[in-house]
Design a protein around this ligand. Structure first.
Ligand code: NDP
Ligand code: 8X3
Length: 252
């Protein structure tokens, strides 16, 4: 029988690559995101290419009611969720802390911290009941270090790190695995979103170096989920070869 995985933010980047990797590994997929057409497109391609079933949930993770209603509507035969990938997230803006737009702060805190909590609060009890499950939280190098103008984005990812550790403790008696994946620069729509749609500014982030690609992160997740039952991968920090940490890159 196929296992079931739920990936948030599957319409783009790391989430899309992860959903595809999971389908390749014969998981039936619950995919979520705000962009409905993209969800439908992905669902169709996963069904066709990998012969798996899909369930599309279209909601904004910042909206507690939408999250609760969508998850509550999951049919019974989809509720045995083996893997939850908390991936939906964003950076909004890159500004000095005393100059930043507070709306950007709200967006990041509501999505990266509260959104992750809203989803997890709905799915964790299902895993606890089954005494089984694996939660993958997508953190960041920004969860381990802070960098100039990264302030609140870094704070949200430090929070993801704290929540990951907290989940691991609270869920310990129930056999639920919890893994944190922390990438450096990955070329996705991330920078375009961070710079509010400015494609040129986004392209500059990756200029003169080879960044990570979404598939590299899906590969790391694949490693974490394919370990034997008695092994939990706590943390994977994965960087481009051309990036030493959040402040040092080598460009040619
Ligand atoms: P993308 O912008 O390509 O993808 C982000 C995904 O998150 C989209 O599918 C988007 O879906 C979803 N999302 C964002 N906001 C919401 C929301 N309010 N409600 C529902 N879904 C939402 O970026 P990445 O793939 O790079 O980002 C994925 C994760 O990886 C994020 O948590 C990011 O912080 C983290 N990360 C990224 C790095 C990078 O360099 N790219 C490095 C380290 C971590 P939609 O817009 O359709 O709702
Ligand atoms: C994204 C990586 O370095 O832009 O989480 O914060 S970074």
């Amino acid at each position: 029988m196929n296992k079931i995985a739920l990936v948030t933010g599957a319409t783009s980047g790391i989430g899309k690559a992860t959903a595809t990797m999971l389908a390749k590994n014969n998981y039936h997929l619950i995919i979520t995101g705000r962009r409905k057409e993209r969800l439908a497109e992905l669902a169709l391609s996963l069904q066709k290419e990998f012969n798996v079933q899909t369930l599309e949930l279209n909601f904004d993770v910042r909206n507690r009611e939408e999250v609760q209603n969508s998850i509550a509507q999951i049919p019974e035969n989809w509720k045995n969720i083996d893997i939850l990938v908390n991936n939906a997230g964003l950076a909004s803006g890159l500004s000095l802390i005393h100059e930043a737009d507070i709306d950007d702060w709200e967006k990041m805190i509501d999505t990266n911290v509260k959104g992750l909590l809203y989803i997890s609060r709905q799915i964790m009890p299902l895993m606890v009941n089954r005494k089984k499950g694996h939660i993958i939280n997508i953190s960041s190098i920004a969860g381990k270090e802070t960098y100039l103008k990264g302030n609140v984005y870094c704070a949200t990812k430090h929070s993801v790190e704290a929540l990951t550790k907290a989940m691991r403790i609270d869920l310990l008696p129930f056999g639920v695995k919890v893994t944190s994946i922390s990438p450096g620069m990955v070329e996705t729509e991330f920078s375009e979103v961070r710079f509010h749609g400015d494609k040129q500014k986004a392209a500059e982030v990756y200029k003169g170096l080879t960044p990570l690609f979404a598939q590299d992160i899906a590969d790391a997740i694949e490693f974490a989920i394919t370990r034997p039952n008695h092994v939990n991968i706590n943390d994977i920090l994965i960087m481009p070869t051309a990036q030493a940490n959040s402040s040092h890159t080598h460009r040619v």
